[in-house]
Design a protein. Structure first.
Length: 568
């Protein structure tokens, strides 16, 4: 029946003539082969013609799968390479933990759909593309993974016989330069960068020891060891990285910074490099800045409900200060960039001062500070205010001068966004007093303070029910007395999460809006606890409440929430 409809639609669309179709049907009757394969092999129709006809007949998307298309690690991990090749399909995550889209050469192949459904237990949606395009993606993703893992191991297994070990004077820069350009060294650095981007790592740590070295990737906030190189290669690897970052390879006594870019799967990855001298050599940390992984949607970050609504309303106000607080690595910068993406407009002049500029955003004027020439946050801010801005983002408030200029800018009709290092939202006011800001100025300008943390989320593929011990429950009961009746989840570990049980992170918040009651307390220099109690009485949800709600929703584990949230 479907074959008849497909034939009729191809004739109606003009993609195949009646005579060509009759020829294909005759071959099918004698050989029993699939009609669409016959049309392509006999050159009676192109693969695009077949795919477009499937798209129209079944009302499913036709995907181009261009040169820059690349599957994410958690997508191609869902099914084995053998299944992808056998049925000529690739999986795309449609709704995490619930549904996937199969891009198929033949969307009528129910055996393929049933096989994938049994492997993933997900709801299946269909899309169609051509065989060549699907196979190119399969080759790029699955072969690239094998290349990275085998390549790293090959380099480690080479040993000293095949590579001339550099044991000369560490001051011999010429020798280091030669070894830094050796094929194994170049290949190791390239492969490790590929693996870091593939795994969604934020940092790579190279650490020298006395007789060995270690390499670790920071994924979802935690460091995980990967295959290290031989210690004999370590100086050359560090030199290779410094060459890429245009750093002085002769200087190994002082900390240095650099930056470089590389291309991976059609996208440009920015890398910031920091080196520091240790006892047994230089430690090097690479910060991976992948713009494609940057979330610029507040809902994706974790904002929801009333907090999301009020945040957007406050950002739309003509003046005032919005502060994000939290430790390093809590996602404050990502939230600021998401806010900037809402603020930017052809009718607005949006300016930033950053140290350094991590991601470039179209439509936003971004300025890096340069302390070596006296261009610090305060100096940059003074010049920006002469540029007629509507909104200003300051990477971090570090001193009284920067804070005071920011506050006076908000008084003169600017919305100002920035970050501050405090443990919770209410302690921001005493922190500003400590650095010398008058309380009346803080009270007059502050509109919103958000304390933020990142919690790891449970891998949806290996998520299962478990019962926490009584000690863990005791942390929750002061906040939610009914916690013993909840259903708790954790991850058992699988290939998709590399047996960690956790995959990805999500932000949780403490949302302190500066109401008239809070403003009065700030003006009279009330202590942090008084301000906090007033905010909670006015409806503020603490980090502990927000985090434990995510436990109740099955998003994260109880242990993760206890470790990350500030529990009163």
């Amino acid at each position: 029946m479907i074959t008849d409809q497909l034939s009729e639609m191809m004739i109606r669309s003009g993609r195949v003539g009646t005579r060509e179709l009759e020829k294909a049907l005759a071959i099918q009757e004698s050989s029993g082969r699939i009609l669409t394969d016959i049309l392509i092999e006999e050159r009676l129709a192109s693969p695009e013609d077949i795919a477009l006809t499937f798209s129209e007949l079944l009302n499913i998307p036709f995907l181009e799968l261009g040169e820059d298309f690349h599957l994410k690690r958690d997508e191609y991990d869902m099914i084995p390479e053998s299944v992808a090749r056998r049925y000529c399909l690739i999986p795309l995550m449609k709704e995490e933990g619930v549904a996937i889209t199969l891009v198929m050469k033949n969307p009528l192949d129910m055996d393929a759909v049933d096989t994938v459904r049994s492997l993933t237990s997900y709801e299946i949606h269909k899309a169609v593309s051509t065989e060549d395009r699907i196979n190119r993606i399969i080759e790029k993703c699955y072969r690239e993974e094998a290349y990275v893992e085998a390549g790293l191991q090959d380099i480690v297994d080479i040993g000293g016989d095949e590579i001339e070990t550099f044991e000369g004077d560490m001051g011999d820069v010429d020798q280091l330069l030669i070894h830094a350009n050796d094929a194994p060294v170049v290949r190791y650095v390239n492969l490790l960068l590929m693996e870091a981007v593939r795994d969604g790592a934020s940092d790579i740590h190279f650490e020298p020891g006395e007789n060995s070295c270690s390499v670790r990737l920071r994924v979802d906030g935690s460091l995980h060891p990967v295959t290290p190189p031989p210690k004999s290669l370590y100086p050359a690897i560090v030199t290779r990285i410094k060459i890429l970052a245009e750093m002085d390879i002769a200087e190994r006594r002082l900390p240095m910074d650099g930056r470089f870019k590389f291309k991976f799967s059609g996208r440009v990855i920015d890398v910031r490099v920091s080196s520091m001298p240790l006892v047994f050599g230089e430690k090097v940390v690479l910060r991976i800045l992948d713009k494609q992984s940057l979330l610029l949607n507040l809902e994706d970050i974790g904002f929801e409900g009333r907090c999301l609504k009020r945040f957007k309303e406050i950002l739309a106000m003509p003046n005032g200060i919005v502060l994000l607080t939290g430790p390093t690595g809590s996602g404050k910068t990502t939230t600021l960039y998401s806010a900037l993406s809402l603020l930017k407009s052809p009718t607005k002049n949006v300016q930033t001062v950053e140290d350094p500029v991590e991601y470039l955003i179209d439509g936003v004027n971004q300025m890096p500070i340069r302390p070596k020439i006296g261009l610090n946050f305060a100096e940059c801010l003074r010049h920006i205010l002469r540029q007629d801005p509507d909104a200003v983002m300051i990477g971090e408030i570090r001193d009284a001068e920067t804070a005071e200029i920011a506050m006076r800018a908000s008084l003169t009709g600017h919305i100002v966004l920035s970050t501050l290092h405090t443990n919770d939202a209410s302690s921001s006011f005493s922190r500003l007093r400590d650095i010398g800001i008058p309380s009346y100025l803080t009270a007059a300008t502050m509109r919103l303070i958000i304390a933020q943390r990142l919690v790891k989320t449970i891998c949806p593929n290996c998520k299962t029910v478990y019962q926490p011990d009584a000690g863990e429950l005791e942390w929750v009961k002061p906040v939610f007395p009914d916690a013993a009746d909840w259903t708790f989840y954790h991850g058992t570990g699988c290939s998709q999460c590399r047996n960690r049980g956790m995959k990805g992170r999500r932000a949780i918040f403490e949302f302190l809006e500066v109401t008239p009651a809070i403003r009065e307390l700030v003006h009279t220099e009330a202590d942090d606890m008084t301000i906090r109690k007033t905010a909670v009485k006015g409806g503020m949800e603490t980090l502990a409440e927000y985090g434990f709600k995510k436990v109740r929703e099955g998003l994260t584990t109880l242990n993760e929430a206890i470790n990350v949230c500030l529990v009163d």
